[in-house]
Design a protein around this ligand. Structure first.
Ligand SMILES: C[S@@+](CC[C@H](N)C(=O)[O-])C[C@H]1O[C@@H](n2cnc3c(N)ncnc32)[C@H](O)[C@@H]1O
Length: 392
């Protein structure tokens, strides 16, 4: 069993206060009991990566910094670049221990009771699986991790706190059929669509909880109830930024994969600021992303183009259609638009934004999603008979 020393105990107490502050309430007593039995620091690797620049921090070299981050209410990156060596400037996070407040919020939303079974997608460090196993009993918990090294390490760490849930190494998109049907499926990586296996492997009336991501924007949690006829339906709630499930990742670059010399784009102008749909308004981005489905975007500041200070690029995930919206650095009521391909993407973005604005600028909590038995994903506003415009 892992020993909790005085420093760890003090840090653990501090984190409970932070979670309380962030969620407006402490974790429920059952989860707090699990928290003390499954200390987060016991699940972190010796080396973690911190901050926006993913600076390496080793426990041996900086034990106090390492412990402080183990009990800060922030995610701790535990693997970069899928475990491959990378120069510091090329690092990107491929696994992390999620921020404790989102962990407890999701566990609360999962609404499990004793005797229920849970499938977790994205074992990562194993901490969340440990909390579930402590709460429900290890034999009630199955957790899947796609990365063999992470999976193996998580199993060892779970064992070190005396827990042995079923730890599977594989692609969580397929669930784990051998585990029977689960009362709850929780993903700790984000998805752009709900894999059919998750619905098939959840009992009628059971719940699927997953971070949601459109190619436009990663934001929102979706909580679906499975109907027993092959479909599921439920609502979104705000918050969350998780790493995308491997298998749903796209690695597209405008200059490498989309633009071609022979493209001759159509020129027009718009009064809608690109920052309205790709700036600080998370509700707008969430709503536009739900309607656009397969459109992604990226900013290019100071492109090497005369008269352009900033440019928003848009493209479809099949890379066939693209658009660019230019700001000249002066006017905020007129922007130049370039569009190429079978779809007029900026026109769609404008339509999606206007629909959202006219609907009263609803936040994610007013949206829901129905996944039909055939696998169609139908997002809606307020009620399931009010689908959002399909601008795909
Ligand atoms: C945010 S981390 C999970 C945090 C974890 N629950 C914890 O308590 O530490 C997301 C994890 O999902 C894993 N993942 C990504 N795609 C996956 C897939 N297709 N199947 C299973 N795991 C996947 C990643 O390798 C990563 O470890």
């Amino acid at each position: 069993m892992t020993l909790i020393g005085a420093a760890e105990r003090a840090a653990m107490r501090g984190l409970l206060d932070s979670v309380n502050e962030s969620l407006g309430a402490p974790p429920a007593p059952v989860w707090e009991a699990a928290y003390w039995a499954v200390p987060r620091h016991a699940f972190l690797p010796e080396t973690v990566w911190l901050g926006d620049d993913l600076a390496e921090c080793s426990r041996e070299a900086a034990p106090e910094t390492w412990l402080r981050h183990a009990y800060a209410d922030t995610p701790v990156v535990t693997q970069v670049n899928d475990g491959r060596p990378a120069e510091p400037e090329d690092r990107w996070a491929s696994s992390s221990a999620s921020a404790p407040s989102i962990v407890f919020r999701m566990l609360d939303m999962l609404d499990v009771t004793a005797g229920q079974s849970v499938l977790e997608i994205g074992t990562g460090t194993g901490w969340n699986a440990g909390l579930l196993a402590q709460r429900l009993a290890p034999e009630r918990v199955t957790t899947i991790e796609v990365d063999p090294e992470l999976s193996a390490r998580a199993a060892v760490r779970l064992g070190s706190v005396g827990l042995e849930p079923r730890v599977i190494c594989g692609d969580g998109a397929f669930g784990y059929e051998e585990g029977g049907r689960y009362d709850r499926v929780i993903a700790t990586c984000s998805v752009r669509s709900i894999p059919p296996a998750w619905i098939a492997q959840t009992k009628p009336g059971g719940v699927i909880l997953a971070p949601w991501e459109s190619p436009w924007f990663c934001y929102g949690l979706v909580r679906l109830t499975v109907d027993g006829y092959g479909g599921a339906s439920g609502t979104f709630s705000p918050h969350s930024a998780f790493m995308l499930m491997r298998g749903q990742r796209t690695d597209l670059r405008i200059y490498r994969d989309v633009l071609r010399d022979e493209h001759v784009p159509a020129e027009s102008s718009t009064r809608l600021s690109p920052w309205a749909v790709s700036g600080d308004d998370w509700a707008a981005q969430f709503a536009v992303g739900l309607q656009l489905g397969d459109v992604w975007r990226t900013w290019h500041d100071n492109p090497d183009v005369r008269g352009v200070a900033s440019r928003l690029w848009l493209a479809t995930t099949d890379a066939r259609s693209w658009a660019a919206v230019d700001w000249d650095g002066k006017r905020s009521d007129r922007f130049t638009v370039w569009e190429h391909g079978p779809r007029r993407l900026w026109e769609s973005v404008e339509a999606g934004y206007v629909w959202w604005r006219d609907a009263g600028r609803p936040g994610p909590e007013r949206f829901g999603l129905t996944v039909t038995a055939e696998g169609a994903h139908v997002p809606w506003l307020d009620t399931s008979d009010n689908p959002v415009p399909d601008l795909t």
